[in-house]
Design a protein around this ligand. Structure first.
Ligand SMILES: C[S@@+](CC[C@H](N)C(=O)[O-])C[C@H]1O[C@@H](n2cnc3c(N)ncnc32)[C@H](O)[C@@H]1O
Length: 348
C-alpha cells in the first residue's frame, strides 16, 4: 500500500501546450488565446502555457504564435530520468505523430549534453520506436531543457513553425513575418471595416492575413511599384484562395494613385535593404503620410510596421495623425542581427 504522500510523488504532471511568440506580441497572443476559448495557466520568456485537453487542432489554428509545443514539466525530468522513463517522452511523441502520421520523417533532440550516453539512449529510442532518422533540419523537434528549477520535456506540434503559412508559395527577401502581419491587422478595427488598403504590399502577407481573418471586408486593395514583388503576391494570394477578393495594382506612392477612400490602411514600410537604391527614406515617408491623410476616412486606422520609427514619429508629429498605440518588437534576423521594429497605430 502507498501512503498518500508517496502516491502523490508518483503522480505524473499534466501535459500542457507551450505557445511561443515574437517578443512584444504578448498582448496580441494572449487575446487570440482568450478568443479561442483557451486559458493561460502560466508564462515564461516569450511563451504562454495552456492546458492540453486532448486535441492539438485549436493550437494549430493560432495565427499570432510562432511555435507550439506539447510539454510536460517536472523537477525530476532531466535527461537521465527521461532515459530511464522513456514512456514520458513517448507519450508526447505519440500524440503529435498521431495527428499527422505522414508529416514526420526525421527528428532532432535538443538537450544539454546531447552527446551524453543518456541523450544518445533517448535518440536511439525515438529512431527505433518511430522509425525516424536523426537530422539537423528535422520535422519532429524534441527538447529537454531546464527552466530555473524545473525540467521541460517537449515536442513541437507541427513539422514547421506555426508562423510558416501554407499560402507562402513564393518568398520575398524582406517579407513580413505573418504573425507580425496578423498583429498589425488586429489593431485596425477590421471587425467593423469594409475597406482595407495595404500600401507597399510586397509579397502580400498583410493582405492575405486580412482576407483570411476578416471575411466581412468587401474591398481589399494593395499596391507596390515592383513588378517582381507583385507577381510573388499574385501567386501567394492565389494559393490563399483570395484571388477574387484582393485587388493588386502596380503603382508608385509618388504617383499619388487614386484608389478611393479606405476604413483602414496598413503598411510594412520600406527600410534597409527593401528600399531601392537612391530613394530617400525621409521623402518617401513624408509622401506616404500625406497620401494616407487623403486616403483614410476620418477616425479610420493607419497601422504601420517599421524599423525607422524615430523618423516616422517625427514626420507624423507634423501631420494630422496622432499615435494611439505602440508595440516594440524584438527578434533576430536570418543574418543573426537583432531588430527592434515597432508597430504604430495612428488615427485622426
Ligand atoms: C518591406 S517591403 C513589404 C513586404 C511585404 N509586407 C511582404 O510581406 O512581402 C516594402 C515594399 O515597398 C515597395 N516600395 C518601395 N518603394 C516604393 C514606392 N515608391 N512606391 C510603391 N512601392 C514601393 C517595395 O517594392 C517592397 O515590396
Amino acid at each position: 500500500m502507498f501512503s498518500t504522500k508517496s502516491k502523490k510523488h508518483m503522480e505524473e504532471p499534466k501535459s500542457e501546450i507551450r505557445i511561443s511568440y515574437i517578443t512584444g506580441l504578448n498582448d496580441v497572443v494572449s487575446e487570440e488565446i482568450r478568443v479561442s476559448g483557451l486559458t493561460i495557466r502560466g508564462t515564461s520568456d516569450d511563451s504562454f502555457y495552456v492546458d492540453f485537453a486532448g486535441s492539438l487542432s485549436p493550437f494549430k489554428q493560432l495565427r499570432s504564435a510562432s511555435r507550439a509545443y506539447l510539454v510536460v514539466r517536472d523537477t525530476r525530468y532531466h535527461p537521465t530520468y527521461i532515459n530511464n522513463h522513456k514512456s514520458i517522452l513517448g507519450a508526447l511523441v505519440d500524440v503529435v505523430i498521431s495527428e499527422d502520421a505522414k508529416g514526420f520523417k526525421s527528428f532532432k533532440l535538443t538537450c544539454a549534453g546531447s552527446d551524453s550516453p543518456e541523450a544518445r539512449g533517448i535518440a536511439r529510442y525515438i529512431a527505433e520506436t518511430y522509425k525516424l532518422s536523426e537530422e539537423e533540419d528535422a520535422d519532429l523537434k524534441i527538447h529537454i531543457i531546464k527552466q530555473e528549477t524545473v525540467w521541460e520535456v517537449g515536442v513541437q506540434i507541427t513539422p514547421r513553425p506555426l508562423s510558416v503559412r501554407a499560402y507562402k508559395v513564393r518568398n520575398m527577401e524582406g517579407a513580413m513575418d505573418p504573425t507580425i502581419a496578423y498583429a498589425t491587422n488586429s489593431f485596425c478595427n477590421l471587425e467593423n471595416a469594409k475597406t482595407y488598403l495595404n500600401i507597399f504590399s510586397g509579397s502580400g502577407t498583410l493582405l492575405i492575413e486580412a482576407g483570411q481573418c476578416y471575411k466581412n471586408l468587401e474591398k481589399l486593395v494593395g499596391f507596390d511599384n515592383n513588378k517582381k514583388h507583385l507577381s510573388l503576391a499574385v501567386q501567394n494570394i492565389k494559393e490563399a484562395g483570395l484571388t477574387r477578393s484582393v485587388q493588386l495594382f502596380e503603382d508608385d506612392i509618388f504617383g499619388n494613385p487614386d484608389l478611393g477612400k479606405f476604413d483602414a490602411i496598413t503598411s510594412d514600410l520600406p527600410f534597409g535593404m527593401s528600399i531601392s537604391k537612391g530613394e530617400n527614406l525621409n521623402t518617401l515617408y513624408k509622401c506616404f503620410i500625406e497620401y494616407c491623410e487623403e486616403t483614410l476616412i476620418s477616425r479610420g486606422r493607419l497601422v504601420v510596421y517599421t524599423n525607422e520609427h524615430k523618423m516616422f514619429k517625427e514626420i507624423i508629429s507634423k501631420s494630422k495623425f496622432k499615435i494611439v498605440k505602440t508595440l516594440r518588437l524584438e527578434f533576430m534576423t536570418n543574418g543573426n542581427q537583432y531588430l527592434h521594429p515597432k508597430i504604430l497605430v495612428c488615427t485622426f
